[in-house]
Design a protein around this ligand. Sequence first.
Ligand code: F6R
Length: 245
Amino acid sequence: MRVIVTENNQGIGEIVGGMLVKTVQDKPDATLGLATGSSPEVVYDYMIRAYQRGEVDFSRVHTVNLDEYLGLTPDHPQSYRYFMDTHLFNHINIPMDNTYVAEGIGYPENCVKRFREVLKHTHVDIQLLGIGEDGHIAFNEPGEVLRCGAHVEWLAESTIAANARFFECEEEVPRMAISMGMGDIMRADRIVLIASGPKKVDAIRGLIMTEDIDVHNPSTMLKLHRDVTVVIDRGLAELVGYTEE
Ligand code: F6R
């Protein structure tokens, strides 16, 4: 696992946005695995700027997202489909048909079935991940058992509380989501996980400061993958006690 420390959050956008852009420059029909939440915003801003500068063409790129809330329509401002459209897809030349965000409406088992079908035919070149305060990746929450394939997940109380900042109040946060499983994430050729801010200290400490794989911090399973890059800002690196060699 490679760890990169940037000066600040903006630096995460430049490094990781640069990695995703380079992936597309090298392979114009690449498939990008994408994430939502606050962390990737700087990454998507960088990608949009690179596109506007004419440095990258997304017309043959495909994308698949990690997860979606159950119960939110695609046009709900807090749905992950809406997030992706407004933070990235509407600003670059990717055909909308090339983008997949799992459906959050309808029978959950049907949403899972369709997501699994899409993933069966998808080979992700590079997967972008954020990380929850409890170490979740996608919506794979800590627990005795982690799921391999796409599934419905009950969100942990700490995740509901953390995500309440995007909603009017905590009661409005959906309690369930459809999520890629750990196996889906691990199948990506390359993985890049980003984090900043003091709330991620415990999760990042478990990921980069120990050799343990801990079901109570699902991100630690990434230690089994051959090509993972963790990009954090200096403030977080100092809080977890990470020093660059
Ligand atoms: C979002 C996702 C989640 C977030 C995580 C961190 O698609 O899969 O795992 O990456 O909850 O969210 P932020 O970046 O908002 O702290």
